[in-house]
Design a protein around this ligand. Sequence first.
Ligand SMILES: [Zn+2]
Length: 335
Amino acid sequence: MKTFILTLFRWLGLFSLAKIITARQPRILCYHGIAVDDEYQFSPGLFMRSDTFARRMALLAKWRYKPVSLDELYRQHQAGQYCKDTLVITIDDGWAGIEQGMLPSLKKYQFVATLYLCTYFVKNQRPVFNLAASYLFWKHKGLFLPAETSCLSPYTTLQQLDLNDVLSLAAELDSAYEQPILEELASYFGEDLSSWQHNGKLMFLSPEKVTALAEQGLAIELHTHRHKFFKLTSSEMCAELNDNQQLITQLTGKKAQHFCYPSGNHRPEQLNVLREMKIKTATTTEIGLINYRTPLLTLPRLVDSDIISDLEFEAEVTGVMTLLRSVASLFKRGS
Ligand SMILES: [Zn+2]
């Protein structure tokens, strides 16, 4: 039904009209990782196929968008007017697959992009534990029977563990247990973790790769050190941002001043911490376009993923969906 309506809207010229109406409302696109294997089936919201990303970039080029940096978006805001068709490409987290899966397309169209980098898994080069454990249980669809010598044996009497058992046990233990647990799981399910190290599956970029990508023009900005923010105290928030900022400066030689809330979550009082740290912009995962009244520390984005069709993507980027949501909220308020 949605496809039919959107196709009809496009045929009626409403996509082109919406693009003109919203021309001075910048859009910030949000991407995450690129699958190096079958991760797009495991978590299509997080891992896109490189073909899908290439198609999206081709569409942006066809529609004549010229992506700009967050510094440029900030400059336009300070100047008092956003330029026509301003668009920003942001990539969250720092998954290893983006180097092979995104950079060639970005270079092909000479698009600038911003990587919001979490630095913990850049520094600690191992698969992201919770996600890697979830992936193994998803792929092999069975319970885990730990060996007598398992590092988990002293902490559980269970003979068979499901994903939740493993995750809650790991949460109670020190993070030093994560890699040994993962190695046991991989060995039990017959997966080769060394190949993950090689192809970057569920891994973050290495420090050297971050430096190389920054040299190629990718702007590296803040996403906290450990992907934590929402529930933290003020001093913990500052520590997360400082650790993140210091490591990014070490890797790129530049001071990161733009921020993305991990998982998009934030509390109103947290904005004061960002103001104190002189953060210029911060993005959420709330959906929508930007206008001059949108606060710079709670900028909405358009989150793209592998389960979104090219037609739905076009409806978001041209502004059709934002206009439809505005009309729907007017009706809601009126009723
Ligand atoms: Zn994130």
